[in-house]
Design a protein around this ligand. Structure first.
Ligand code: EPU
Length: 440
């Protein structure tokens, strides 16, 4: 029997939770440690299954790691093998991020070809074409990507569409290539910038990360560095959606709303008040914390984001797009908000071809959703009712949590191992917000 999350919903969420380090920034940072023989120290790694899976891939290659004082030191002084086998890659497709660093450092890499997944086919053809442009010879043999290159050469690579892990893989490889690589139409997600900051601390020469054109001047070697992983904008966005659906007053410590502008706009449109708060209070804040008691003494003084929501949300459309557009990783959660909203909204998914698996599960809770191709028409209902439901991927599970928190009665979300790939101690964080949530 798999673990379940039992939630009895219907109450507003109030209180404060700390947002963890970003899964999708921590993963490339861990693989970047393969680029140097010197130890690297990573802080703010989230406690997640995917991080354990990445560390297992690194260990299989001979990289050692140790944890102390909340930091993880990865030492890839000696590589035992440059093969990432299927047994490990199948547990986490981001293992394909081993390809760039291994190819650049060791001149060869064999990484099992990640298969499709529940949200779409998810090919890695753009990663492969980019490495070939840099002079690598690549073959697909027995389900593996087998790559070889004496030394990668800098190249001009124009990506047909922005790919997040593709941009990261090529950026890591180019860091040790001979000459200059220009990556055009690169993904602009904040996680790409976070990786570039780490690589530059290791001695790389990268400019333009966070923009569509990234320039990487290859260097001969990279060295030891420390890096503090950015906060998880998708985890923060999920709690913001939960508060919008349930109402309440929630402070998300460490969250950076500047990474979530597209969601913040939607939240304001749906009737929530959303604030980016920082340490010094120099955000124009007059000292009143806005909680009505005029004491100016709240969590607004800490770094983070705050949402207050007093009414039923209004329905608001969303179309997913690469950053800075509305994130596909928050599409399911926004659909859950709209399930209990006043009015009717259309949610359009343009990044992945099959990312509506949560819709039929939400319907089991009483949601009114009509799917038409890549669009979902959601008619808000006055209330959802708790039900047993099944998680299918990380973000679909998160949408079920948001819906269960807003629903009347008790829901049991099955297969929460999906949730645990991306959300650290979710039931504890929910309980800190006054929710009735329990892992079974
Ligand atoms: N694509 C190709 N060919 C490629 C690469 C991508 O056709 O070689 C297509 C994909 O099929 C998709 C689009 O390009 O239609 C964008 O995919 P992208 O490569 O950007 O996705 P990814 O790098 O595999 C990362 C995140 C995902 C997130 C997407 C989009 C990590 C480890 N994963 O995936 O996160 O949804 O970017 O923002 O960073 C999650 O955390 O739940 C998750 C799925």
């Amino acid at each position: 029997m798999t673990a379940k999350l039992k939630i009895t919903g219907g109450n507003p969420l109030c209180g404060s939770v700390a947002i963890s380090g970003a899964k999708n920034a921590a993963l490339p940072a861990l693989f970047a440690c393969l680029l140097t023989e010197e130890p690297c120290e990573l802080g703010n790694l989230p406690q997640l299954r995917d991080i354990k899976s990445a560390l297992a891939v690194l260990s299989a290659m001979g990289a050692e790691h140790s944890d102390a004082n909340g930091k993880t030191v990865v030492n890839a002084a000696r590589l035992r093998t440059t093969v990432a086998p299927y047994q490990l890659v199948k547990t986490m497709r981001a293992s394909v991020l081993a390809l760039g660093p291994l190819l650049a450092r060791a001149g060869e890499a064999t990484v099992s070809l990640p298969g499709g997944c529940v949200i779409g086919a998810r090919p890695v053809d753009m990663h492969i074409a980019g490495f070939e442009k840099m002079g690598a010879e690549i073959q697909i043999q027995n389900g593996n990507i087998v790559a070889r290159a004496k030394r990668l050469r800098g190249a001009n690579i124009k990506l047909p569409q922005p790919t997040v892990t593709g941009s990261e893989n090529l950026m890591m490889a180019a860091a040790l290539a001979e000459g200059i690589t220009v990556l055009e139409n690169a993904a602009r997600e904040p996680e790409i910038t976070d990786l570039a900051v780490f690589l530059n601390a290791m001695g790389a020469d990268i400019s333009g990360a966070g923009e569509s054109t990234i320039t990487i001047r290859g260097v001969d070697r990279l060295h030891s560095a420390k890096h503090f992983v950015m906060p998880d904008r998708i985890e923060a966005g999920t709690y913001l959606c939960a508060a919008a659906a349930c109402g309440g007053d929630v402070f998300l410590e460490n969250a950076d709303l500047s990474h979530l502008s597209a969601l913040a706009e939607k939240l304001r449109e749906c009737g929530a008040e959303v604030l980016n708060c920082n340490d010094s209070g120099d955000d124009g804040d007059d000292g009143d914390d806005g909680d009505g008691d005029g004491d100016g003494n709240s969590e607004n003084k800490k770094r983070g984001a705050r949402i207050t929501m007093h009414n039923r949300p209004r329905a608001v459309d969303a179309v997913t797009a690469p950053y800075p557009g509305y994130p596909t990783d928050l599409q399911a959660q926004w659909m859950a908000v709209n399930c209990v909203a006043e009015g009717c909204a259309t949610i359009t998914e343009t990044v992945f071809e099959n990312r509506f698996m949560h819709a039929p599960e939400l319907a089991r809770m009483g949601a009114d959703i009509e799917l038409r191709g890549n669009a979902a028409r959601v008619r808000g209902v006055a209330s959802l009712s708790g039900a047993p439901v099944m998680a299918t991927d990380i973000r679909a599970s998160a949408a079920l949590v948001v819906a269960a928190l807003a629903a009347r009665g008790t829901s049991e979300i099955d297969r929460i191992y999906h949730l645990e790939r991306g959300y650290a101690t979710m039931e504890k964080k929910l309980r800190a917000l006054g929710a009735n949530a329990e892992r079974k």
